[in-house]
Design a protein around this ligand. Sequence first.
Ligand SMILES: Nc1ncnc2c1ncn2[C@@H]1O[C@H](COP(=O)(O)OP(=O)(O)OP(=O)(O)O)[C@@H](O)[C@H]1O
Ligand SMILES: [Mg+2]
Length: 462
Amino acid sequence: MIGSHVWVEDPDDAWLDGEVIEINGEEIKVKCTAKTVVAKTSSSYPKDPEFPECGVDDMTKLAYLHEPGVLQNLKCRYDANEIYTYTGGILIAVNPFKRLPHLYDIQVMQKYKGAALGELSPHPFAVADSAYRQMINEGISQAILVSGESGAGKTESTKMLMRYLAYMGGRVSNAEERSVEQKVLESNPVLEAFGNAKTVRNNNSSRFGKFVEIQFDQRGRISGAAIRTYLLERSRVCQVSDPERNYHCFYMLCSARKEDVEKYKLGNPRTFHYLNQSNCIELDALNDSEEYIATRRAMDVVGISEEEQDAIFRVVAAILHLGNVEFSKGQETDASEPKNDKSRFHLKTAAELFICEWKTSNMPLLFRCDEKSLEESLCKRVFVTRDETITKALDPNAAALSRDALAKIVYSKLFDWLVEKINVAIGQDKESKFLIGVLDIYGFESFKTNRCLTGCHLPACL
Ligand SMILES: Nc1ncnc2c1ncn2[C@@H]1O[C@H](COP(=O)(O)OP(=O)(O)OP(=O)(O)O)[C@@H](O)[C@H]1O
Ligand SMILES: [Mg+2]
């Protein structure tokens, strides 16, 4: 009707609100603040003229629950530093892109303890409290799903949920022994060093999915925990596009203390093929050498020994050296070999770093990686048939693909090993009665054309 208030789509501002001043069949003319626009009636939405100035904290209270109404509500709350809003039992978090420590301190946790969902302003603590109460009162395990696009704040929200659960179910621990919840919280920097990277959307983007299962005893106290990870983005190890970065750990190690850099024969990250495909090496808000120290400290805390830490970083360095091995045509047709002395040096160094010394309880073990065998495994392919074993030489392009395949598989095995190690250090409670699971699922990105980066061609990935 003429005179009614509506929302119309706008290419710059998403939605504009205004008053209908003319109706011509399927089209309406709308007078907005800055301009007058013509829109189709079918793509315009009614606007609530009594919409409260500071919005509503639960969007089920909105007169119209359509896209412009939801966005208007979230925006006016965001402008007032209210980043959380409910839609019934779902909490919507808007990324504030600035630290708001007053929202998460211990007094706030105390306030949310035992308060019914919706009684206080929307908050992840309220969601965690509600899950905890339901688990205790009804004796049923709970799960919290955190979803949203990349950079939306899923991992940050997950950390808040975990902190609250640790607060509710934690026990007083002595200074020498870390509690389960402390170990779970402290495992974050380790996993983030190896599983997070800078992307276009997010400087600390999780490139894997994570499900943390917190186990509780009969009295509601945390008795164990397990971390499960999903689908680490392997392709990033050898393929990075501008302005993104590879996994944080590679840059950290290149900026490590001098003796470590020398031990692993590293140096400027720009000299490594797996890192210099992108121009983005340093990040303003992240000091890689400080992060290296912090990661080592976090590894100590979660129970990764000095020897194991050395083995982990040897593998990380070996992958960087592997990436610098280039191939040229070999003597036989379609064969390949390391291109020059530089490539031979990196191959030799990778082989040396892949050597693994391990002390078991009764004997030391030494797994040696022979340089010649490593070269052959990259430059040749072995087919095993029922009757014989056939070795086929690979051309330089195929050898480079083998090299990248090895780098990816080694990195993903290293990541799985780290997760396993953290799980052993945290400790599981096989007898646990209930659990609360928190899923921080892999953020999605929306491209004009979506393409599967793994090359698996599964319909689900296309
Ligand atoms: N509640 C918050 N308070 C302060 N800063 C935040 C908050 N939520 C998000 N941020 C900022 O936004 C950045 C991205 O958030 P986060 O890493 O949680 O996104 P994500 O949804 O997990 O993305 P991805 O899917 O890429 O992993 C954080 O590094 C932080 O700087
Ligand atoms: Mg994340």
